[in-house]
Design a protein around this ligand. Structure first.
Ligand SMILES: Cc1cc2nc3c(=O)[nH]c(=O)nc-3n(C[C@H](O)[C@H](O)[C@H](O)COP(=O)(O)OP(=O)(O)OC[C@H]3O[C@@H](n4cnc5c(N)ncnc54)[C@H](O)[C@@H]3O)c2cc1C
Ligand code: SF4
Length: 542
């Protein structure tokens, strides 16, 4: 008897999840020939951590969903190595956005399909329970007690960790810099650990900030966005939502604009939302979008918080960037961290693997002096401090439709920042650094021994002496039950307009002290699950 014929080999599956998308699922605003109008059950504004997760839950429930994203879709195949190109295409204002205050602090945000998850390090932290307890007890008209708790968030964290493959950095992706940092943490009795990240097959290329070339990082443009499209959702890319349309006290759609096909002029996109508009444009853009849409809550744009970050460079004798995976590999962009100082000192320490262009700006000196240091790039290491600052600021609209963020660290924040950086510098010397580069005004450019760290401790607590950077942003449309003290209710709807939901970190009453993406996604998943349940209840009652 003849053996049964072997099945015909199936076509090789697309290597990247953003290669093959359902026909008609992507409407590119910069190719639109004409204005367009359409209707969906839900319109989601923003395709980053908050928006993509909500869209996926809504699409899974069988609802028709449109996602509107201001930035373009840059596909995995198009991620290059050049930092300048990546910043120009993937980041808002090419990475030139700043917080204004006593000093200027750059804010980095992704502006592309997937939002900041395309350019971030994919570190996953559950919301600390003490933070949730604080929120429950805050004077926001009853706090958030009972609605956003460790228990209500738990199933959402579980699902996200499963679906996005959150796990500790593997041996292969752990850089030598990370190992040194972990050894040092152990010596100091600090809780050092490999970072837990959303990744599947990370090769330790250290290129997370310019987009993962292997789709190993489980950012939204290779996970929840394509998964939502596979369920029938549609995404409008390069389309900026100008305002949410509110009629009769209810959100009924959005009005967006796009550049249109070359030479055809700007296009208007009107999308009607039968059941609601879900906003996830980030803690900077959401408050201003709500304001442009006519909301006037007293708390709108108030209580902005951030985690200012500070990177400390150092030169070691031997190579520190080679990972176990082999020469030329730097290790995961952020492979190790210390979280045990979060409550006492309000700081978190992390390692950073930086591409040469990014490392170069952290190297002091000019001319020959700088070249000498850059020549030793392989022995360069960067460790960073993330501060859970207490100060609050504001988010307002700027002339021309942009965003204006004002925030200044408090004297207490500055004191903690100085002590945190000094502690980190000391640890670097103890780990074998030859030179540490504080990059702080009034402190020597390069310090060469642990005794010289006292120069950092003695410096004035002056924000202008620091070159902070912030990528973790919170508040501006905070949640609470009292409309006088908050913008969004505990059902994630704004107090002023029904069916207008906010599911990003602008609703967070405070910052966290840990990286925020996981908390944003879990809150968004919780919100979207409740929106679906609310919709079903309304349908039953109708
Ligand atoms: C370099 C970097 C590294 C980071 N590393 C980590 C990390 O390792 N772990 C972690 O937890 N967090 C990290 N973060 C922070 C984390 O990525 C963000 O907190 C999170 O992505 C914010 O989610 P979001 O949905 O609020 O905003 P985003 O993810 O930024 O998405 C918002 C989206 O909305 C779009 N949008 C804005 N306005 C409009 C409009 N009017 N119309 C249409 N679309 C609009 C934007 O273009 C953007 O794509 C990092 C951030 C950066 C920049
Ligand atoms: S370190 Fe490299 S391989 Fe790993 S997730 Fe980041 S970009 Fe991808």
């Amino acid at each position: 008897m003849k053996p049964p014929a072997a099945p015909a080999p199936s076509a090789p599956s697309a290597p990247f999840p953003d290669d093959a998308l359902p026909a008609g699922a992507v409407v590119e605003g910069d190719r639109l020939e004409a204005d367009c109008e359409d209707a969906y059950d839900y319109v989601v504004v923003g395709s980053g951590a908050g928006g993509a997760v909500a869209a996926h839950v809504l699409a899974t429930s069988g609802a028709s969903v449109a996602i509107v994203e201001e930035g373009p879709w840059v596909h995995t195949r198009d991620f290059g190595e050049r930092v300048y190109d990546a910043f120009r295409v993937l980041f808002r204002d090419a990475g030139m956005q700043v917080i204004e205050g006593r000093s200027y602090i750059p804010i980095l945000q992704g502006r592309c399909v997937g939002g900041s998850t395309v350019v971030n390090s994919a570190i996953a932290h559950r919301t600390p329970e003490d933070v949730l307890d604080d929120w429950a007890g805050m004077d926001l008209g009853g706090g958030l007690g009972g609605v956003v708790t460790a228990k209500t968030l738990e199933p959402h964290f579980d699902a996200l960790e499963r679906e996005l493959s959150a796990h500790a950095v593997s041996d292969d992706a752990l850089g030598d810099n990370d190992r040194r940092f972990l050894d040092e943490a152990t010596m100091h009795g600090l809780l050092g650990r490999r970072t837990r990240r959303y990744e599947h097959g990370c090769r330790g290329s250290g290129r997370c900030f310019t987009g993962c070339p292997n789709a190993a990082k489980q950012g939204m443009s290779v996970t929840y966005v394509p998964w939502s499209l596979a369920l029938g959702a549609r995404i409008y890319t390069s389309c900026r939502v100008e305002r949410v349309v509110i009629e009769g006290g209810r959100a009924t759609g959005v009005l967006a604009r796009a550049a249109g096909a070359p030479g055809r002029g700007e296009r208007v996109i009107k999308l009607h939302a039968r059941h609601g508009v879900v906003v996830a444009a980030s803690a900077v853009q959401t408050p201003n979008l709500l304001r442009r849409s006519g909301l006037r809550a007293r708390a709108l744009g108030e209580h902005f918080q951030c985690h200012p970050g500070y990177g400390l460079g150092a030169l070691f004798d031997d190579a520190v960037r080679a990972s176990a995976a082999g020469a030329g590999r730097m290790g995961a962009t952020q492979g190790a961290e210390i979280t045990s100082l979060r409550r006492t000192d309000r700081v978190k320490f992390e390692t950073l693997a930086l591409q040469p262009e990014l490392a170069a700006v952290r190297m002091p000196g000019v001319g020959h002096d700088w070249m000498r240091r850059f020549d030793r790039y392989a022995s360069f290491a960067q460790w960073a401090m993330v501060l859970r600052a207490e100060a609050e600021g504001t988010v307002r609209s700027a002339w021309g439709g942009g965003d204006k963020v004002r925030w200044t660290p408090s004297p207490v924040d500055m004191d903690r920042a100085v002590k945190g950086v000094a502690r980190l510098a000391r640890m670097m010397f103890e780990a074998g650094a030859r030179e540490v580069w504080p990059g702080l005004h009034g402190v020597p450019t390069a310090i060469r021994s642990v005794d010289e760290v006292s120069a950092i401790e003695r410096m004035p607590r002056e924000p202008r002496a620091f070159s902070f950077l912030s990528t973790h942003l919170f508040g501006g449309a905070r949640m609470g039950t009292d409309p006088r003290a908050s913008v969004v209710g505990t059902d994630f709807q704004t107090h002023e307009a029904a069916r207008l939901y906010v599911v990003d970190s602008s609703v967070f009453p405070t910052n966290l002290g840990v990286n925020p993406q996981h908390s944003i996604m879990a809150m968004s998943r919780l919100a979207a699950t409740r929106i679906v349940a609310g919709g079903r209840a309304r349908n039953r009652a109708a």
